[in-house]
Structures are given as structure tokens and as C-alpha cells.
Design a protein around this ligand. Structure first.
Ligand code: GSH
Length: 231
């Protein structure tokens, strides 16, 4: 049975940027699973395997439709246990920590910075949809959200400084090899990397080195990704 992965793309179909899609995609790559990819835009929900859910990523495995990146991770681990994403319940416990930490510490400063820049890489129909939905969600226009970016510098740098503790002593959050915690923390940074070459914070050297390693693992799936900044 062929696994089918539904991923979000920008105006250029090879520009795949969603942090949640990256998490699922990195989990698939870690497991070395073969799958078919369908690239879809925000406004093509009628072609999503679950149009009512209306979000990506989605994984389809036979008649099983798995929505939500973390559910996809858990489904893959349960269904395809070879090449585990974590090797012990302790590693899974740490992953739960990093999942909460990433949501609480990395996403909040990144989101205001990213909105205007994600908008710029979408096709016209998606741009209208994205502006409308995000401006309603945040109660502010995308440009004024961007003005909050500089106030996120301190919290982003404090968050990345925390990562220096494990990454100053280990190559990966998983130790000598990457595990699911690495993919969780890396996904929002890969989101930024794919969308823009701009930044608003300084990254400590051990985190830069870890990022470089993350771009190379699993046959360089993350490093080979199309980035809007390179176009
Ligand atoms: N909790 C979900 C969130 C997925 C999500 O929000 N995906 C965004 C793309 S980054 C999406 O498809 N949004 C659809 C929309 O805004 O219409 C997950 O982890 O997969």
C-alpha cells in the first residue's frame, strides 16, 4: 500500500514551508518510508483528503486518514516501528517537553515575523485567503504584526540560549543521532528558513552547528528544500 502525504505549498509548488508539514515530513524521512506527495494550496481544500478538517499535513495510509502532525508522528511510530523516532519512554517524555516548549517559546516570537513573509510567497488566491483569515485571527494587519517582531528578539534569543545546554554537549537533542525532539524544534526554524532569508535575532553558535547538521540528516531532505530566499 502506498503512503500518501499531503503537503502545503506556496505560489511555486516546490516551495513547501509549513512547520507542521515539515515535522511530519521529517518523521517520514527518518523512517525511510516511501510515499507519494500531493502539493496543495490553502484554497484547494476541496482536494484535501479531509476537506472539513481543512488543514495540512494529512497522511493517508490505505483507508486510514491521519490529520495533525503529531498524530501523524504517533501513527508512524505505532504502525512502522522500525527506525524509531525515539528509543525509550524517556526520549518520548523529553519529546513531549520539547513539543510544549517549542509551542510556548519558539512559535510566539516567530509568528508575527512570519505572517507578512508567508503572505509574500503565496499565490494570489491564497494571499487573499491568508490575509483575511490571519488578520481576523490576530486582530491586526500583517504589516502591523511585523512591527511586533523586534519585541520578539529577546524572547527568541532566550529560547535559543536554552538549547545551548543540550546542544553544547551533544550533536543532537536525541544525543549522537537525531530523534523526534530534534524534528520538533527544527520544524519552525525550517519554516523560517524556507520562507525568508531575513532574521530578527542572533543564533548561538552551537545552535547554528546543530541546524547545519539537521540540514544534512536523512539524505539532506531539509537542506535540499527550496527556499524563497534563494529564488
Ligand atoms: N495542529 C495541526 C496544525 C496544522 C495547521 O495549522 N496547518 C496549517 C498550515 S501551517 C493549515 O493547513 N492551515 C489551513 C488554513 O489556515 O486554512 C498540526 O500540527 O498538523
Amino acid at each position: 500500500m502506498t503512503l500518501k502525504f499531503y503537503d502545503l505549498c506556496g505560489a511555486q509548488s516546490e516551495l513547501r514551508f509549513s512547520p507542521f508539514c515539515w515535522l511530519a515530513r521529517l518523521a517520514l524521512a527518518h523512517k525511510g518510508l516511501k510515499y507519494e506527495t500531493t502539493l496543495l494550496r490553502f484554497t484547494e481544500k476541496q482536494n484535501y483528503p479531509d476537506p472539513d478538517y481543512g488543514k495540512l499535513p494529512i497522511l493517508v495510509d490505505g483507508d486510514k486518514v491521519v490529520t495533525d502532525s503529531w498524530s501523524i508522528v504517533c501513527y508512524l511510530e505505532a504502525t512502522y516501528p522500525e527506525r524509531p523516532l525515539a528509543h525509550s519512554s524517556g526520549e518520548w517524555a523529553a519529546a513531549e517537553f520539547f513539543r510544549t516548549w517549542t509551542g510556548a517559546v519558539l512559535f510566539p516570537p516567530l509568528v508575527p515575523f512570519m505572517m507578512k513573509r508567508v503572505h509574500a510567497i503565496l499565490d494570489k488566491r491564497d494571499q487573499d485567503y491568508f490575509r483575511d483569515t490571519r488578520e481576523k485571527r490576530f486582530g491586526a494587519n500583517l504589516e502591523s504584526l511585523d512591527q511586533k517582531t523586534m519585541s520578539g528578539k529577546e524572547s527568541m534569543e532566550a529560547g535559543l540560549a536554552t538549547l545551548m545546554a543540550p546542544l553544547g554537549a551533544h550533536d543532537f537533542l536525541g544525543g549522537a543521532v537525531p530523534n523526534i525532539s530534534d524534528y520538533i524544534v527544527f520544524s519552525p526554524l525550517q519554516w523560517q528558513r524556507c520562507v525568508t532569508s531575513e532574521t530578527f535575532y542572533d543564533t548561538p553558535a552551537p545552535v547554528v552547528s546543530w541546524m547545519d547538521r539537521m540540514l544534512e540528516v536523512n539524505d539532506g531532505v531539509a537542506g535540499r528544500a527550496m527556499c524563497a530566499g534563494d529564488l
